[in-house]
Design a protein around this ligand. Structure first.
Ligand code: UGY
Ligand code: MN
Length: 241
């Protein structure tokens, strides 16, 4: 037996063939894979939620964790302290710390949740609940390259201590250099395939794969194949080390 999954001290590739679901109190009808968590060495958690049954429910109780959600397939109804929103494919939602969050999905709905402890700055309010759809977010050439387009889903103001972005590469396009930075990433390949360099290793990655890059993990990507490669990723931002 074999797998492309590789778990290292400072990075991981998690391929779907190894997924094993978790159950949580008051959740029902949702197949839940905890892809990343502090147990692997990350400071974020990354969940993959597959809604399987009518009235399926996932529940994140109020805590010092904030949540950022991206819906691959909807519809999903999100309810939080003080509001609710229907999310279709491409929909995203941010809920700040100290907000409970309930997600109801139709069978076949699939989404990713990034969860982390909010890094508060005294005197600056928490970021507000924010939602939208990737279809309405402009795709900007990354460092001038129109074959590598970046969408920044959440506002870029300093209230936010995380970003969720979508990168779309045409076949043959690459990250322009090997990045090495303090920011940590959790990543989900949404479509296509490519080669991901993580530290000194090179991995073939494809839709459905997830990646953890610890701070300072050298990283580079090249899209291969006949169709564009797209990935969703999390990044911590805007806080002094
Ligand atoms: O935002 C980023 O750091 C991004 N360029 N990293 C990546 O795609 N691995
Ligand atoms: Mn990066």
């Amino acid at each position: 037996m074999n797998t492309r999954t590789s778990v290292q001290a400072r990075h991981a590739l998690i391929a779907p063939d190894g997924h094993v679901p978790s159950d949580f109190p008051h959740w029902s009808g949702v197949r839940t894979h905890v892809i990343l968590s502090p147990a692997i060495g990350a400071s974020l958690s990354q969940f993959l939620l597959l809604f399987e049954q009518p009235l399926a429910t996932a529940f994140f109780p109020e805590s010092d964790h904030e949540h950022a959600i991206y819906v691959e397939y909807g519809p999903v109804r999100a309810e939080w302290s003080g509001g609710s929103q229907e999310l279709t494919s491409g929909g995203f939602l941010f809920t700040p710390a100290h907000t409970h969050l309930t997600l109801h999905g139709e069978p076949g709905a699939r989404l990713t949740v990034f969860r982390k402890v909010f890094a508060a700055i005294s005197g600056i309010p928490s970021p507000p609940v924010t939602h939208g759809n990737a279809a309405d977010i402009p795709a900007e050439p990354f460092l001038g390259n129109p074959r590598a387009l970046l969408q920044t889903l959440l506002p870029t103001d300093i209230h936010f201590d995380l970003a969720i972005n979508i990168f779309t590469y045409q076949p043959g396009a690459t990250l322009p250099f090997v990045e090495t930075h303090i920011m940590e990433h959790g990543l989900l390949m949404l479509s296509g395939q490519g080669i991901y360099r993580l530290e000194d290793r090179y991995y073939h990655v494809q839709a459905g794969d997830a990646i953890w890059m610890a701070p300072y993990c050298p990283q580079w990507f090249a899209a291969i194949g006949d169709e564009p490669a797209t990935y969703l990723y999390y990044k911590d931002i805007h806080r002094l080390p």
